[in-house]
Design a protein around this ligand. Structure first.
Ligand SMILES: Nc1ncnc2c1ncn2[C@@H]1O[C@H](COP(=O)(O)OP(=O)(O)OP(=O)(O)O)[C@@H](O)[C@H]1O
Ligand SMILES: [Mg+2]
Length: 539
């Protein structure tokens, strides 16, 4: 398993800088309190004013330097946190990209969303909120103890015990108490996100079938569970903070008692007590950091579980050069299945697709027609047999080269929440206005688009929800025609159309695809007279 450390590490300089500045800021705070305490108590004895000059300058210096150091520390730590976040995100996407779509489809989209956003975000704090405060506590705590011990060893010892209790014992207890709750909180939040995304997607169906009541109840239950866990966390947080305050108070009182008993200079008594009080600023953040650690680690585990999966489909170490544009493609004796426990979807299928040929693939629903597309695009690798381009197994090519050979339209093609123009330009960013309209004409969509007030700039809505089923399908068709890919895969391009439009559309598309290899997947008779070969998949 990839250690979380390597996934979430910000650049070392940013980290050291933020920890160093943090230590400086707290050290200046302690020094300010100590010198100010000394100045006030000493001034009460009304010594000659000149004897106080150095202390006055020191108070001024620490007073000004502390906010400055704190400000710089905030800049540095935010910089480190954001850089860390940037790195995690980039690595996360890099690692999960090869998993799509075969393995990612095992996760609910809300679940993936939760991991991509919430869990990844939680990781940024691992270093900045964990490493920084620990360094600050060690450096400033030790220095305070040494300084105190130099004046009065007994007080130094008392302070050391107090700081250890507040900076080590309380955080350890806090971490132990919240460990389970933190893990469950991360899981509960993920569950709520997953439920919410699903409810939002399916809202029209839920309302239409009158099932919104129970769905809302389920959501409410998930929400209630999350709130309950958060309350418990908050209670633990409050108790932890209270313990730290209590320890601070007791320690300062003890330092005072020891100093008074030692019968030292009374100015020193006040100074040591204030130094002790201020030094607790160094250890206070540790309790919160320890409390968050378990939630952060749980989030990290969920991220690593995803990034550590080795992709089912991967590039060869030494890929052969990209295939020629006009290359024959074939499925040879292919057996394929989605998960090892399932029945194979295709068994020993052979399907030659010579360059420039037109093939129709027909068969009942669920026969594996779309699976053939997935095999061609290497979204899935065959269990036995092979898919070839120009006679070579497609596993010998780079995935990008293979996918560049195909343009897919129809059934599962995604329409983006953007304009008609942007959806088309996905296929060819440099397409001219004329080419865009040409593709729309071939897909029999030009008349409709020209009646729209905004024409090509009409937004299509999320997943093209502002289009009818047929319009959506023809938009993906126009997009596929726009690409320069040598092979077109048309998955049920006429499914939503009336017979006449369907007939004309298929004719136009075949004319537009002149010279390209076409695989037409269909349930319907249109276009079957135009193909060279009809292949029927078993039912
Ligand atoms: N991502 C997937 N994970 C697991 N099983 C899948 C997946 N996609 C499809 N299947 C299964 O594979 C079988 C074939 O599906 P496929 O989509 O290839 O059928 P099809 O012939 O395209 O059907 P239709 O005509 O309805 O589009 C189905 O039984 C389906 O349950
Ligand atoms: Mg299908």
């Amino acid at each position: 398993m990839t250690p979380l450390r390597s996934l979430a590490a910000p650049p070392r300089t940013a980290l050291v800088l933020s920890a160093g500045l943090g230590a400086l800021a707290v050290a200046f705070g302690v020094a300010l309190m100590t010198t100010a305490g000394y100045l006030i108590s000493r001034a009460a004895e009304q010594p000659p004013i000149l004897s106080l000059t150095v202390t006055i300058v020191a108070v001024r210096f620490f007073g000004l330097a502390r906010p400055l150091a704190r400000y710089l520390e905030r800049l540095a730590s935010h910089d480190a946190a954001l850089r860390s976040l940037g790195r995690i995100r980039a690595r996360f996407y890099e690692r999960i990209e090869p998993l799509a779509p075969a393995e990612l489809s095992q996760y609910r989209s809300g679940e993936l969303l939760g991991r991509m956003v919430g869990d990844v975000d939680a990781l940024q704090g691992l270093y900045v909120r964990g490493f920084g405060p620990t360094v600050v506590a060690l450096v400033v705590g030790t220095t305070s103890v040494i300084v105190t011990a130099a004046f009065l060893p007994g007080s130094g010892l008392v302070l050391a015990c107090g700081l250890l209790a507040a900076g080590a014992a309380v955080p350890l207890v806090a971490a132990a108490v919240t460990r389970r709750a933190g893990r469950r909180q991360v899981a509960a939040r993920a569950e709520l996100t997953a439920e919410l995304v699903e409810v939002l997607r399916g809202a029209p169906e839920l309302v239409a079938y009158g099932r919104e009541g129970e769905t809302l109840a389920r959501l409410r239950a998930a929400d209630y569970e999350l709130a309950r866990l958060s309350r418990r966390q908050a209670l633990a947080a409050g108790l932890g903070d209270a313990l730290v305050v209590l320890t601070t108070g007791v320690t300062v009182a003890a330092v005072l008692a020891v100093s008074v008993a030692a019968d030292i200079d009374r100015v020193l008594v006040a100074t040591l007590a204030l130094l002790a009080l201020a030094s607790f600023e160094a250890v206070t953040p540790l309790t919160a950091a320890a409390r968050e650690l378990s939630a952060t680690r749980a989030a990290g585990r969920r991220v690593v579980e995803l990034t550590d999966r080795s992709p089912l489909v991967r590039d060869p170490d030494e890929a052969v050069p990209a295939p020629q544009r006009r290359a024959p493609i074939a499925l040879e004796d292919v057996t394929a299945r989605y998960a090892s426990e399932d029945e194979p979807v295709l068994t020993r299928l052979t399907l030659p697709l010579p360059a420039g040929s037109r093939t129709a693939l027909v068969g009942p629903s669920g026969a594996g027609k779309t699976t053939v597309t997935n095999l061609l695009l290497r979204f899935l690798d065959p269990e036995e047999g092979r898919v070839t381009i120009a006679g070579r197994d497609i596993r010998e090519y780079r995935q990008d080269d293979v996918r560049g050979m195909f343009a897919v339209a129809g059934q599962d093609a995604h329409v983006f929440n953007s304009t008609i123009r942007a959806n088309l330009q996905l296929a060819r960013p440099d397409a001219t206005e004329g080419e865009l309209w040409g593709a729309l004409r071939e897909a029999r969509l030009d008349v409709w688009v020209s009646t729209l007030p905004d024409g090509l700039d009409t937004p299509v809505g999320e997943e093209g929800e502002r289009l009818s089923g047929g319009q959506r399908q023809r938009l993906t068709l126009a997009r596929a025609l726009l690409t320069r890919a040598p092979m077109l895969v048309l998955d049920e391009p006429t499914a939503h159309l009336d017979p006449e439009t369907a007939e004309a559309l298929v004719r136009d598309v075949f004319a537009a695809a002149e010279g390209r290899t076409v695989l037409l997947i269909t349930h319907r008779p249109e276009g079957l007279d135009l193909v060279d070969e009809i292949v029927t998949l078993g039912g």
